[in-house]
Design a protein around this ligand. Structure first.
Ligand SMILES: C[S@@+](CC[C@H](N)C(=O)[O-])C[C@H]1O[C@@H](n2cnc3c(N)ncnc32)[C@H](O)[C@@H]1O
Length: 501
């Protein structure tokens, strides 16, 4: 280990941080990221390869926690954005009590609680608003930063942390303790503080319909767009129908989820989950049930373009699978069910899938998942200009849709615009650092452009990502290749770039 970190290693580190913690670092922060990586390697006495391999494949909770301690921003204070706490007291809590009807339990979550000020502010407001002892108010607080969590557990704060707390509340809920202020013990005990990672699909944390109110403020603004989208999908799933979500002032759900109503009161805004709320999470196609991938033989032959390679895989499978009749007429009054389309997609009957998709009711015409499915099907069935129109329509309503940018890259490549293809792939990668397909495509484009070094870098990255890519995304974007086939293809392109037979 010589303390030098090359561009590829730094890029791997950046991607893994986005995947494991959610945080996105722009190019301007690469110097800072490099210093953190160097420090970790020196503290652990490891080579960058060994360290990055472990972080990518089986990171220990301790290492993620150490990195979070180095990389997260924990600025917070009591009653930050006081108008949101007034909206909580006067709108959200009364409405949730009405929704629960008989006195029982109300559950609040502070997601990304930092040193606890937000969670304790929630507990104080709940106590002051709900005085009937029949109500059991539970506040849960999670954060990934161990240093912040230790401070939260101690519940002892400098007067600066109370800079926006009215004097009456300071006197009621805090006691001076040396130069600090100590929080009232009953409030402290009413909040459960624990380590938690918003990026992990932790079933204990994200139980369906379990929270009445979630505060997740000034956390997701640091996330990679796709990680934000997935975190919002988890939040939507774990809020009770009609439950409330408060984000930071610089954060919005615009283009991320349409599962919420936006409220404007008390000079602030906040969200309420629609009854039967459905979160839109396009790249993972999370609302769709997808059958397991059927085992298939790996394919290593590469065509001239990635698109041609996909086409030949499609034709090969089409010749093997006999056509079956498919119901294309939706039943009136029944919400459109994408399962038959996905089943046809799984069997690589792209044209039939497209016909079925086109039989959908008009209400779903602008649905983002459906548009993305249409764009992917058009591309896979060879209708590239139409696929490009669908992609651009989707990007116009959802600019952060990584899947749409990837399919657009395929269309641009087919049109001979290799620069445009690379740019669209890079946008997809920027939006979702865990998305394997645009990396693979970038590698193949670089190989085609005669740049084996860049090709190798991208293909190596793609290989790592492919191993944990979601099955649904492989089905949607793999163009007829399953995971093993894509890995084999990636490996064969790599060998070719390395000049190996
Ligand atoms: C700026 S603070 C916000 C504190 C508080 N919510 C507020 O608005 O005052 C951001 C917090 O998010 C936490 N955080 C960042 N990534 C996280 C993740 N993946 N899971 C849980 N917490 C995370 C950080 O550790 C940090 O404490």
């Amino acid at each position: 280990m010589n303390g030098l970190i090359d561009h590829d290693e730094l890029e791997r580190f950046r991607t893994t941080i986005a995947v494991r913690i959610g945080l996105r670092f722009d190019d301007g922060k690469l110097g800072f990221l490099g210093n953190v990586l160097r420090r970790r390697l020196s503290d652990l006495g490891q080579t960058s390869d060994a360290y990055l391999d472990a972080l990518e494949q089986r990171p220990s909770a301790a290492e993620i926690s150490t990195l979070a301690g180095e990389l997260t921003v924990c600025e917070t204070y009591f009653f930050r954005n006081g108008e949101q706490f007034r909206a909580l007291a006067e709108v959200a809590l009364p409405e949730r009590m009405r929704a629960r009807r008989t006195p029982g339990e109300l559950r609040l979550l502070s997601a990304g609680c930092a040193s606890g000020e937000e969670a304790y502010s929630l507990a104080i407001v709940a106590r002051e608003t709900i005085t009937d002892p029949a109500w059991d108010i539970r506040v849960r607080a999670i954060d990934i930063n161990p240093i912040a969590l230790a401070k939260a557990a101690a519940a002892r704060y400098s007067p600066w942390a109370l800079r926006d707390t009215p004097l009456s509340q300071q006197q009621k809920w805090f006691r001076p303790d040396g130069r600090d202020m100590r929080l009232d013990e009953t409030v402290r005990r009413s909040v459960r503080i624990e380590a938690g990672n918003l990026v992990r699909d932790d079933p204990g944390l994200w139980q369906p319909a379990s929270y009445d109110v979630i505060f997740c403020r000034n956390v997701l603004m640091y996330f990679a767009p796709e990680q934000m989208r997935l975190a919002i999908a988890r939040i939507a799933r774990s809020l009770a129908p009609g439950g409330f979500l408060f984000l930071g002032h610089a954060e919005t759900l615009h283009g991320v989820s349409d599962a919420f109503y936006l409220h404007h009161t008390h000079s602030t805004f906040y969200y309420q989950l629609r009854e039967g709320g459905r979160s839109v999470s396009p790249p993972a196609m999370s609302g769709f049930e997808i059958a397991a991938e059927p085992p298939r033989a790996p394919i290593a032959a590469l065509g001239e373009t990635w698109f041609e390679t996909i086409r030949s895989a499609t034709e090969r499978v089409a010749a093997l699978v006999p056509p079956e009749p498919v119901e294309t007429i939706p039943r009136p009054g029944v919400a459109w069910d994408p399962a038959p389309v996905l089943d046809l997609l799984r069997r690589e009957r792209f044209a039939d899938a497209l016909d079925t998709l086109r039989g959908r009711p008009p209400a779903s015409v602008d649905d983002r998942d459906t548009l993305l499915l249409e764009a992917a099907l058009l591309a896979h069935s060879g209708q590239l200009p139409a696929a490009e129109v669908a992609c651009r329509r989707l990007i116009a309503i959802d600019a952060a849709n990584a899947g749409a940018h990837y399919v657009l890259a395929l269309c641009r490549e087919h049109a001979g615009d290799l620069d445009g293809a690379g740019e669209s792939d890079r946008t997809a990668v920027w939006l979702d650092p865990a998305f394997a397909m645009p990396r693979l495509h970038l590698g193949l484009l670089a190989r085609r452009a005669g740049d084996p070094k860049a090709a190798l870098r991208e293909l190596k990255h793609a290989l790592i990502l492919l191993k944990r890519e979601e099955t649904s995304r492989i089905l949607l974007f793999g163009g007829g290749f399953n995971r093993e086939a894509l890995v084999a293809l990636c490996n064969s392109a790599r060998q070719e770039c390395e000049g190996r037979p």
